[in-house]
Design a protein around this ligand. Structure first.
Ligand SMILES: [Mn+2]
Length: 243
């Protein structure tokens, strides 16, 4: 089996809330590890992560230990960064054996061709402010400057404040399936121009779980972990189910 989850937002909320989320995540990892060949984490696993060359944020101990344990047992763990955890370095790979990507990926799993992306930064042509912010946040220069000039304690404080604001805009209870439409449009456009057939498009980011099918087009929107686990599983016959 191959499992997909995103938008866990570890560390979000009060310490008690963050603790509860982490326990749910680790319990889920334990559960799926019984038959998982692959676990794909499609971004925003951390509510805020900023990695310096030799400094990483506090917390996440149980999650990181569990992920390291699973990769050591031979389970492939793939992490695609989201807009809350795009500032990863090589720590998660070195320490936990995680395969790390900062861009959308095409993966072959269970005999199916998958396009996997967090889903931020897509179909935002009309939003110049968001585009400018994305360009700044993703720039290597900005990141290097930031890590040389900003004390880690200050960076984490700023990051937590920023993440909290951004998350409030994506509160599950205020969302409808309409939020997933731009990503469906993205997938539809990709499918018509791609040179190969994609069996399933898998996205996170929108915090609204949805399984969308239209003819040959299939998109899976992973949802978030605000109210419980939300994930997808793919069997080796290429069938995918949203749970
Ligand atoms: Mn998110």
């Amino acid at each position: 089996m191959h499992y997909f989850a995103s938008d866990i937002h570890l560390g979000a909320g009060t310490p008690a809330e963050a603790h509860a989320t982490e326990h749910r995540f680790v319990a889920w990892l334990d559960r799926v590890a019984t038959d998982a060949e692959t676990i794909v984490l499609a971004g925003d696993i951390f509510d805020f992560w900023f990695e310096y060359r030799r400094v990483v944020p506090q917390g996440f101990t149980r999650s990181l230990a569990k992920l390291a344990e699973l990769t050591e047992r031979g389970i492939r763990v793939v992490l695609l960064t989201g807009n809350h955890d795009m500032w990863v370095g090589d720590y998660l790979t070195r320490e936990c054996g995680i395969e790390l990507y900062t861009t959308p990926q095409i993966l072959t799993l269970g005999g199916a061709r998958l396009f996997v992306a967090h889903g931020d930064n897509m179909k935002i042509d009309g939003d110049w402010l968001l585009k400018a912010m994305n360009a700044t946040f993703r720039s290597r220069l900005a990141r290097v400057l930031f890590s040389w000039l900003v004390h880690p304690d200050l960076a984490v404080r700023f990051g937590r404040w920023w993440s909290g604001n951004s998350r409030k805009r994506h509160q599950r209870s205020t969302l409808t399936e309409a939020v997933t439409e731009p990503l469906i449009a993205y997938a539809r456009e990709h499918a018509t121009t791609a040179t190969e057939l994609i069996d399933h498009y898998i996205f996170g980011h929108m915090h609204f779980p949805r399984d969308y099918r239209d003819g040959a087009l299939h998109t899976v929107h992973l949802g978030c972990w605000e109210e419980g686990e939300s994930y997808a599983m793919l069997d080796n016959a290429g069938h995918i189910t949203l749970k």
